[in-house]
Design a protein around this ligand. Structure first.
Ligand code: ADP
Ligand code: MG
Length: 691
């Protein structure tokens, strides 16, 4: 075996046999490079701590180490004290310092702490009083001491962090020789960044916290830069192709506006102006239209589609579900009654004959605006002259999907609509290739939506309230996280709830069930019943999550609300309060953790979707929220997009500057970046010809 390279299989690393190699591979570590880039996520004290479960509390002296879960100051009473709940993998104890108020600045939830002292019992709980302590790991950065520090690696299965540490030790001395430099020295100096080989080494074995923080900063920068280079290249390719200019005129504008039974709001007019300006150019528009549910995005999109038609071109509107596609279609149909605009609907549930007819007309240019689902990007869909694509409510369509829509040899203008306001972080990542317009005010004359959080015990009261509202002629949604019961979860599912409600408390009302597993025809029939007012209470799984528009429904009950994400709940309640009447949303939940309670409280406090989205992002992290992987962006290993926002912004600016200056990344000093971008993105985004 010769010298190690970055691509060397881990099984050739000293101390790694076939079994270890397999275990490493289960963690995604296959090469020497993977190993070098597998970083500790914290450092622990080398000194031996004993498991909390082994404490018995009686004149025992022990050293334990764990994470601070709760920290509270008890300031009043005869002997004020500061108390934390300390937890390791085996259990928890209380640790108390009398007159310890001064510690509250240092010891906070999230830090890792070692404490040594006598273990006693207090009201049946184990506790340590006034122990000595040392902070082991503070995410905000406290002093670390190198020799006392033990790296803790992400581990799994039979492979422990200690084993990984001993394997890494064999390759770490090679880091300097192996890890490539991405940038010339002066580039790094200007930005105060350490070299990449130094950074990789320091991530495993820092001198102290400051050293570790600097190393991390460098690797976060690299990750963000690479991602933004990928996005900048997508963006570059988008605008490098010509598009049909769709030029607006006062006559066209007047004709389009005459189609709507209301005047556009100022916010809508602003968005229309931005979109029309883009459409008039000979480069494709790539624009994100944000606006809370009910803000009137659909109308703006329709404006854009009609502008395309007025210029003799075709437009396609893509919705995430058949229900929504059908609803858009019906609306457009109503607006366009007695006009010459030819509409088409293309969804999965149509017969082969229907489908063939629509496809024929699209290819022949006999349909001007086609509205549909994913079916629009399936094999065999040909347009005669497509100039505009609108994608509605598209969290499911990421950078990757946008790329695939454009693979078909034309460069249409592109408008993406979303009702979940996008926090800045995501606007730069998942939607990083788009410009943005925001509709930040609702059309006039809307009622107010009030949100209440109640617990499961209040269910009878909730039912009474809804019965009262239904008796007054209102309509209500009942939302459930599951369609059918799923064993031990202890959740009421939509099907059961429907049977119980329809046969019990709601038996004098007309109740219906709708869920994602029903056929499109059945769903359509139920929706039609609800829209017409015949159905008064609609029991639903989350199929109603996006876009449904029934202005007379003003009550919503969400059962097991803790099972939903914040953004999702915000979307859901956007279904009500769409008419002139005030609306009530009741979140029924028994949140088990303070975090869950806090999450739901945000919704009761504000109707501002931006605040909800920021909070959701903060509480759950961007990966969870949008699944970056499914959006064609590689998983981030080091960066935390919320915490590292400033670096992300810097990296974005610089990546776009690099691509503007050297679109093919052909310059000699960009060769390493070019290789890295190809490795990370080539397969996903089909960047850089010949890659
Ligand atoms: P979004 O797509 O943003 O959720 P929609 O475009 O579906 O919102 O509009 C919500 C409702 O408001 C629809 O019933 C629509 O007809 C109505 N609406 C839209 N714009 C206006 C306006 N400028 N004035 C009055 N009503 C409007
Ligand atoms: Mg909509």
């Amino acid at each position: 075996m010769g010298q190690l390279t970055l691509d060397t299989d881990v099984r050739y690393v000293k101390g790694v046999g076939p079994r270890r190699a397999q275990q490493l591979s289960d963690l995604g570590i296959r090469t020497v490079e993977d190993l070098l880039l597998h970083f500790p996520f914290r450092f622990d004290l080398r000194r031996q701590a004993q498991p909390i479960a082994s404490l018995y509390g009686g004149e025992q002296t022990a050293t334990i180490a764990g994470e601070v879960m709760v920290a509270e100051e008890h300031r009043f009473g005869r002997r004020p004290f500061f108390q934390v709940q300390l937890q390791d993998d085996t259990g928890w104890v209380l640790v108390k310092w009398f007159h310890g108020g001064y510690l509250s600045d240092k010891i906070k939830p999230g830090i890792h702490l070692a404490v040594s002292g006598k273990v006693g019992l207090y009201r049946k709980h184990l506790q340590l009083v006034n122990p000595q302590f040392q902070i082991l790991w503070d995410p905000q950065g406290t002093r670390l001491d190198r020799d006392e520090l033990m790296p803790v690696y992400p581990a799994g299965g039979k492979l422990t962090s200690v084993m990984i540490a001993s394997i890494v030790k064999h390759v770490l001395p090679e880091a300097h020789r192996l890890i490539r430099r991405w940038f010339p020295g002066e580039y790094l100096e200007k930005r105060g960044l350490m070299s990449r080989p130094d950074a990789v080494e320091a991530m495993h074995r820092p001198e102290d916290t400051e050293h570790w923080a600097q190393a991390r900063r460098r690797l976060v920068y690299d990750e963000c830069l690479l991602m933004q280079l990928g996005i900048a290249l997508v963006r570059m390719r988008q605008v490098s192709r010509p598009a049909h200019p769709l030029v607006n005129t006062p006559q066209i504008d007047r004709r389009i506006r005459a189609r709507f039974p209301f005047t556009l709001t100022d916010a809508q007019n602003r968005a229309v102006a931005e979109i029309a300006a883009d459409l008039g150019g000979d480069r494709p528009m790539n624009r994100l239209l944000q606006g809370d549910v009910g803000a009137g995005k659909t109308v703006v999109a329709l404006y854009a589609a009609l502008l395309a038609v007025a210029c003799g071109k075709q437009a396609a509107v893509m919705a995430p579900t058949e229900i929504l596609a059908t609803q858009h279609f019906d609306k457009a149909h109503a607006y366009l009654a007695h006009s010459r605009v030819r509409l088409g609907l293309l969804v999965g549930g149509q017969s082969p004959a229907q489908r063939r007819e629509i496809l024929g007309k699209l290819a022949a240019g006999q349909i001007d605006i086609v509205i549909g689902t994913h079916a629009l990007i399936s094999e065999g869909v040909q347009f005669a002259d497509l100039a505009l694509v609108v994608v509605d409510e598209q969290h499911k369509f990421g950078v990757e999907q946008r790329t695939s829509f454009r693979q078909k040899g034309f460069a249409p203008h592109y408008l993406v609509m979303t009702a979940t306001p996008i926090p800045r972080t995501l606007a730069m990542t998942v939607f990083g290739d788009l410009d943005t317009s925001v509709i930040d005010a609702l059309p006039p004359g809307r009622g107010q939506t009030t949100t209440k959080c109640v617990s499961e015990e209040d269910w009878p009261k909730v039912i009474d309230f809804v019965r009262g509202q239904l008796a007054k002629g209102q309509q209500a949604y009942f939302i459930y996280p599951l369609v059918s019961p799923s064993g031990q979860l202890g959740l009421v599912a939509a099907e059961d709830a429907y049977r119980q409600l329809a046969g019990g408390p709601l038996n004098e009302f007309n109740t219906a069930l709708i869920h994602g597993q029903m056929t499109a025809a059945k769903k359509d029939a139920v929706m039609a019943g609800f829209r017409s007012g015949k159905v008064q209470a609609l029991v639903a799984s989350v199929v109603v999550e996006v876009g449904l528009d029934v202005p007379s429904a003003n009550v919503m009950v969400v059962r097991h609300a803790e099972r939903f994400g914040l953004a999702q709940l915000h979307q859901l309640r956007g279904r009500i309060g769409r008419g002139r009447h005030d609306a009530t949303c009741i979140l029924v939940a028994s949140p088990r953790t303070p975090g869950a309670k806090q999450r739901l409280a945000v919704l009761a406090e504000t109707n501002d979707g931006f605040k909800v989205a920021e909070e959701d992002l903060r509480l759950r992290g961007p990966g969870q929220l949008f699944g970056t992987r499914q959006h064609g962006l590689p998983e981030l290993k080091v960066a935390d997009l919320v915490e590292d926002f400033e670096l992300l912004r810097l990296a974005r600016r610089e990546a776009f500057a690099i691509v503007a200056e050297d679109p093919g990344l052909n310059a000699p000093h960009h060769q390493q970046l070019r290789r890295e971008v190809i490795k990370a993105y080539a397969g996903k985004l089909k960047l850089l010809d010949g890659a």
